[in-house]
Design a protein around this ligand. Structure first.
Ligand code: GDP
Ligand code: MG
Length: 598
């Protein structure tokens, strides 16, 4: 009976179309969060999310809606991220739902991630309610967007709710549509427990907290649960729901979305996508779980202080618990010491992980420039995978280097097709095809090397199209390219953490740009430091950092101790993210300079 009144839904959209703002309005209208506690984007509770105004982790909340039919409905709202790096998180939240609100910006229209996310929702057989948001904007074109929803997505555009999450227009209509259009969960409360773990976090007091969607059965404190992937058993210590803070419950049952704690102390035991069942009365079959996703880019992660290696490993393990996309394995660098090679979904993902490691775990890190993975066919007939440019075999052993290629789909207004094609061409793209989406927009498709896309491609795209382009891409395979390894030598020694793989045609210009950039970022030492770029034994670019003469504080009058202390303090803080490479002090930025000169 209770189950008939449950509605589980997600909000999917292209980034910035207003998911989080709409979630705020829904929480407000259902009195889930008192007005005085309301701050913008309540669900984005990670400090990083607030600062950057983006949603990274999915979040689930329970709320009660008193509908026009006089009945109370229990809604579980699962917010999802919109950035291309995090589409994996989207598929996780969708698996816990029966329906989705599809939010489309009335001024921007359907964009690349709108389509990508809608495809995920359709794959999961979700009922989709289209919402055209930001109708308050003077530039809103709801009729054009309706047409796009019909033409490009295949849903009925005229069926869309017209809304403004900002001004609170259409919110009640959206809630009514959730009641009428989204089906109640179909699970069997009497059947053995079967629940999907869609997220988990580590809490130092309670152990691992599992966020679950119950498909069948029920669970309460004292029950013995079993994790189906490894057969481990635990006694439940607490169950509850997020509303949006944790609220304890006596029982969770089929259809519910909530959390379970069971004194699970080892992170390795729990896996997102796993099925929880009852130890005494297990379900016959596990849920489908999630498709394993593979990282797109790899980078070295090293503690500035070598003694923090174990802390870094603990921190990475904790982050990995609810971020299955994060991969890592130990790596040793001659320049940087002991650390890890980590795999990420993209640069934003990498950035977010770095910030969380430094902020939440108080670590000082050196990250090396990201690289894609290469397949190297050797002259001895074997093929190896190289995720770290420093490990590229000697050129005499290499027959071919293959790099990952993507099919990139770029949606732009007609007027910008020229600049987009020019940019793609410059990034070694090969034109595939072009589809006219409607009267105004085109989907331009290129085959491109992934390595050209992961760096500043998206920024270039935005600036070449006044921000109108949106991008989506998928890996299509590996292709042989004319690639070489470029070494960077500091003081005559190659620095493994600065090695890169680049296309031969760009080697000379990149070599010059990188050495120049390093000269800017590496502070003067008390001796001269030559910087060279080399391919094999051939030096292709060189420059020199001259020795410095004065102590930074030497010119400050001793009569100003405050100033002197501040300066020394600043110097010390600057030092934190420095690493001695041989006899040269190299700051974090230097390792990233490879990125900036693309
Ligand atoms: P998300 O990335 O989809 O979660 O988008 P956000 O909810 O963070 O919103 C992105 C931006 O659009 C923010 O600056 C919001 O204030 C703004 N925004 C959201 N909804 C509306 C709306 O209905 N009207 C207007 N004018 N702005 C909106
Ligand atoms: Mg958001």
């Amino acid at each position: 009976e209770r189950q008939k009144h449950i509605r589980n839904f997600s909000i999917v959209a292209h980034i910035d179309h207003g998911k989080s703002t709409l979630a705020d309005r829904i929480l407000e209208l259902t009195d889930t969060v008192a007005k005085r506690d309301m701050q913008a984007q309540v669900l984005d509770d990670m400090p990083l999310e607030r600062e950057r105004g983006i949603t990274i982790k999915l979040n689930a909340v329970e709320l009660t809606y008193h509908a026009k039919d006089g009945q109370d409905y229990i809604f579980h709202l699962i917010d999802t991220p919109g950035h291309v790096d995090f589409s994996y998180e989207v598929s996780r939240s969708l698996a816990a739902c029966e329906g989705a609100l599809l939010v489309v910006d009335a001024a921007q229209g359907v964009e690349a991630q709108t389509l990508a996310n809608v495809d995920l929702a359709i794959d999961d057989d979700l009922e989709i309610v289209p919402v055209i948001n930001k109708i308050d904007l003077p530039s809103a074109q709801p009729d054009v967007v309706k047409e796009e929803i019909t033409e490009m997505i295949g849903l009925d555009g005229d069926d869309a709710v017209l809304a403004s999450a900002k001004s609170g227009i259409g919110i009640e209509e959206i809630l009514e549509r959730i009641v009428s259009d989204v089906p109640a969960p179909a699970g069997d409360v009497e059947a053995p427990l079967k629940a999907l773990i869609f997220d988990s976090v580590y809490d130092s007091y309670r152990g691992v907290v599992l966020d679950v969607r119950l498909v069948d059965g029920s669970v309460k404190v004292g029950d013995e649960i079993e994790l189906m992937s490894n057969g481990k058993k635990f006694e439940v210590t607490e169950v509850g729901v997020m509303s949006p803070k944790a609220v304890k419950r006596d029982l969770l049952m089929a259809g519910d979305v909530g959390y379970i704690t069971a004194s699970i102390k080892t992170i390795q035991d729990t896996r997102v996508g796993d099925t929880v069942t009852s130890a005494d009365n297990p379900t016959a079959e596990a849920l489908a779980g999630y498709r394993k996703i593979t990282p797109m880019v790899y980078a070295g992660v090293f503690p500035t202080d070598n003694a923090k290696f174990n802390d870094l490993r603990d921190a990475l393990e904790k982050l990995q618990l609810n971020d299955a996309a994060l991969e890592f394995e130990p790596e040793t660098s001659k320049a940087l010491g002991f650390g890890f090679r980590a795999g990420f979904l993209g640069l934003l993902h990498m950035d977010v992980i770095q910030e969380r490691l430094e902020r939440d775990f108080d670590l000082d890190l050196i990250m090396t420039a990201p690289s894609v993975d290469y397949h190297v066919e050797k002259t001895d007939g074997t093929t190896i995978t190289v995720e770290n440019p420093a490990e590229m075999p000697d050129s005499s052993e290499i027959k071919d280097i293959l790099e990952p290629y993507v099919k990139a789909s770029i949606m732009v207004p007609n007027d910008y097709v020229g600049p987009v094609m020019e940019l793609c061409q410059r990034k070694r793209g090969e034109f595939d095809t072009m589809n006219y989406l409607d009267k105004y927009r085109v989907d331009v498709i290129y085959d491109m090397p992934l390595s050209e896309i992961i760096y500043d491609f998206f920024d270039d795209l935005k600036s070449n199209t006044k921000g109108y382009a949106s991008l989506d891409y998928e890996i299509t395979g590996y292709r042989a390219s004319d690639l070489v390894k470029m070494d960077i030598l500091l003081n005559g020694d190659p620095v493994d953490a600065l090695a890169t793989i680049i296309h031969k045609d760009f080697a000379q210009s990149r070599g010059r740009a990188i050495t120049a950039k390093l000269k800017e970022t590496i502070p003067r030492q008390n001796f001269e430091v030559p910087i060279q770029a080399a391919i094999g034994n051939k030096i292709i670019a060189r420059t020199t950092i001259r020795a410095y003469r004065k102590d930074v504080t030497a010119r400050i009058h001793t009569g100003d101790p405050d100033r002197r202390a501040k300066l020394l303090d600043k110097q010390k803080r600057g030092k934190k993210r420095m690493k001695a490479v041989g006899s040269v002090e190299v700051p974090q930025e230097a390792f990233m300079s490879l990125l900036e000169v693309n």
